[in-house]
Design a protein. Structure first.
Length: 265
C-alpha cells in the first residue's frame, strides 16, 4: 500500500494539470480559455419522446398507412421511384394523406414517369389530381418542375436540399422528406404543421417560433442528429391522432403530466 501511495505522490504536478485542462476546455484551447457552455435542451424531452414512441407503437395513423412513403411504386426503377416521391410530396402540401394517396394511385395507373407527365395536357393532369389542395397551382408547378428535371437532371431529381428547394412548388419540408425517402439521406429535420405545433406545445424550442423553418432551425440546434429522421414520422402521426390542432386529446396523452401545454388547452 505504501508503494502505491508513494507512486501516486511522485506523479509530476504538470501532468495532473494537463489532464484537468483536457477535461475543462475544448481540444486545441490553452490555459485561460472559457469553459464550454452546456448545450440547451428542453426539460423532460427524452421522457416525452419515449412516451410519444409508445403512443405511436401501433403505427395506425393516416401518415403510416397513406403517407408519401406509401405512395410511390417501390418496384419502379430508382429514378422513377424518386420522381414519384417528389410528386407525392408536391401533392401532399395542405392536403390530407387520404386525398394525396388517391391522387397518386390515379396518376400511377396512367404510368407515372417524367415523360408521361410532360405528354399530359394541363386539363387532364388537373382532373387526375383533383381534389388535392390548390390543385390548379400544383398542375402548373408539376409541369414546370418536371420539365426542369428532364432538361437539367436527366429525368432524375436533385440530390441536395439546396437544389430541391429551387424547383417550383417545392419547399424546405418537401426537400428534407425527399432526401429522407428518395435518397435515404438525412440532411435536416422535415418540419410540417404538426411538427411545428407540437414542438411549440412541448417547449422543444427555446422561444416560441412562428414558422416551420424557424422550428426546424431551433430543433436542429439541440436534437441529436440520429433522431432527425424519426422525429417527423413520430410527431406527424401523434399530431393526427392525439395532439390535434384544435381540441387536443390531452386526457388520452401519456405526456399529460409533463406537457407544458396540457393544462392550458
Amino acid at each position: 500500500a505504501g508503494t502505491q501511495i508513494q507512486g501516486t505522490a511522485s506523479i509530476p504536478r504538470r501532468s495532473r494539470r494537463r489532464k484537468s485542462v483536457a477535461i475543462a476546455y475544448e481540444p486545441g484551447q490553452g490555459d485561460g480559455a472559457e469553459p464550454r457552455r452546456p448545450r440547451w435542451e428542453p426539460r423532460d424531452w427524452r421522457e416525452q419522446l419515449e412516451r410519444i414512441r409508445e403512443m405511436r407503437r401501433s403505427r395506425d395513423a393516416p401518415v403510416d398507412e397513406m403517407g408519401v412513403q406509401k405512395c410511390y411504386d417501390s418496384g419502379a426503377p430508382p429514378q422513377v421511384m424518386r420522381y414519384q416521391v417528389l410528386l407525392a410530396l408536391m401533392l401532399s402540401s395542405q392536403t390530407k394523406d387520404q386525398v394525396t394517396s388517391a391522387a397518386m394511385l390515379r396518376l400511377r395507373q396512367r404510368g407515372l414517369t417524367v415523360d408521361t407527365v410532360l405528354q399530359m395536357d394541363d386539363e387532364t393532369l388537373g382532373q387526375i389530381i383533383y381534389p388535392v389542395g390548390f390543385w390548379r397551382n400544383k398542375v402548373k408547378y408539376i409541369k414546370q418542375t418536371t420539365a426542369i428535371l428532364k432538361q437539367k437532371y436527366g429525368g432524375d431529381i436533385p440530390s441536395t436540399v439546396e437544389e430541391l428547394v429551387q424547383l417550383p412548388g417545392v419547399g424546405p419540408k418537401m426537400a428534407h422528406l425527399a432526401m429522407h425517402i428518395a435518397w435515404d439521406s438525412v440532411a435536416g429535420i422535415a418540419v410540417d404543421t404538426h411538427v411545428h405545433r407540437i414542438s411549440n406545445r412541448l417547449k422543444w424550442v427555446k422561444k416560441e417560433t412562428k414558422h416551420p423553418e424557424e422550428t426546424r432551425v431551433a430543433l436542429e440546434d439541440w436534437l441529436p442528429r440520429d433522431l432527425w429522421k424519426e422525429i417527423n414520422w413520430l410527431l406527424v402521426g401523434f399530431g393526427q391522432q392525439t395532439c390535434l390542432p384544435v381540441n387536443p386529446r390531452c386526457s388520452q396523452c401519456l405526456n399529460q403530466d409533463i406537457c407544458p401545454a396540457a393544462k392550458r388547452l
